[in-house]
Design a protein around this ligand. Structure first.
Ligand code: PEP
Length: 237
């Protein structure tokens, strides 16, 4: 079963999310065989993004590192789970870069996901400078260490997202991400419920060739997922 996740980032009002859900439902009918679809809207639109027919599930794009308390503006993993989330995106490069999230903080977020019963979609990937400097393997190994406390038997989704491919229109070639994804599987060997996704400028046009690459179990899609029709086309690819 391929997993295809739509990361809407800070886009869509509740009305737009409801319209998207209608469009996606119309586009996929009874669902797409062999595909698990997940929508990750803003917290405000979780209810509108849900599907009463269960053809897709919902994810949050972030959770608090704390369980509850005086953390103004935060949303806890328990609250996200109660709002219907099955998954939580943790460690997206935008959160690492723009909000200074580091391995120690992300390990706490992963712990909160476990306690709440949310499956993490843990994002990692190297920057262009790191890639050019031949540091990809070292960067990924370091980012994987954040998962050390995550029990091997629990479901885990890892999204390999080279930072230079996110939102740039420059998707990695399968030859670019094969080595990284195979390496990640080696680093995470022994985990019984591991899925490895690729993310970075996936579009309906390039999804077919990218999906043919056996080292990935699906995609995390940003920009192109903002159209229900495009997201459905990617999922079908
Ligand atoms: C992302 O934000 O996770 C992502 C992959 O974005 P895009 O598809 O726009 O590159």
């Amino acid at each position: 079963m391929k997993l295809v996740v739509a990361n809407w980032k800070m886009h869509k009002t509740r009305a737009e999310a409801a319209e998207y859900a209608r469009d996606l439902g119309a586009s996929i009918g009874d669902g797409i065989a062999g595909r698990e679809l997940v929508l990750a809207p803003s917290f405000t639109a979780l209810a509108q993004a849900r599907d009463t027919r269960g053809r897709w599930t919902i994810a949050c794009q972030n959770v608090a590192a704390e369980t509850e308390g005086a953390y103004t503006g935060e949303v806890s993993a328990v609250q996200a789970r109660e709002a219907g989330c099955a998954y939580a995106i943790v460690g997206h490069s935008e959160r690492r870069r723009l909000f200074g999230e580091d391995g120690a903080l992300l390990a706490r977020k992963l712990a909160r996901c476990r306690e709440a019963g949310l499956t993490p979609i843990y994002c990692l990937g190297e920057t262009l400078a790191e890639r050019d400097g031949g540091e990809t393997e070292a960067v990924l190994s370091r980012q994987v260490e954040t998962l050390d406390e995550h029990p091997a038997a629990l479901p885990l989704v890892v999204a390999y997202e080279p930072v230079w491919a996110i939102g740039t229109g420059r998707a990695a070639e399968p030859s670019d991400f094969r080595t990284a994804c195979v390496g990640l599987r080696r680093l995470l060997a022994g985990r019984s419920a591991l899925r490895v996704l690729y993310g970075g400028s996936v579009t309906p046009e390039n999804a077919g060739p990218l999906a043919a690459e056996p080292s990935v179990d699906g995609f995390l899609v940003g920009g192109a997922s903002l159209s229900a029709v495009a997201f459905a086309a990617i999922a079908r690819a």
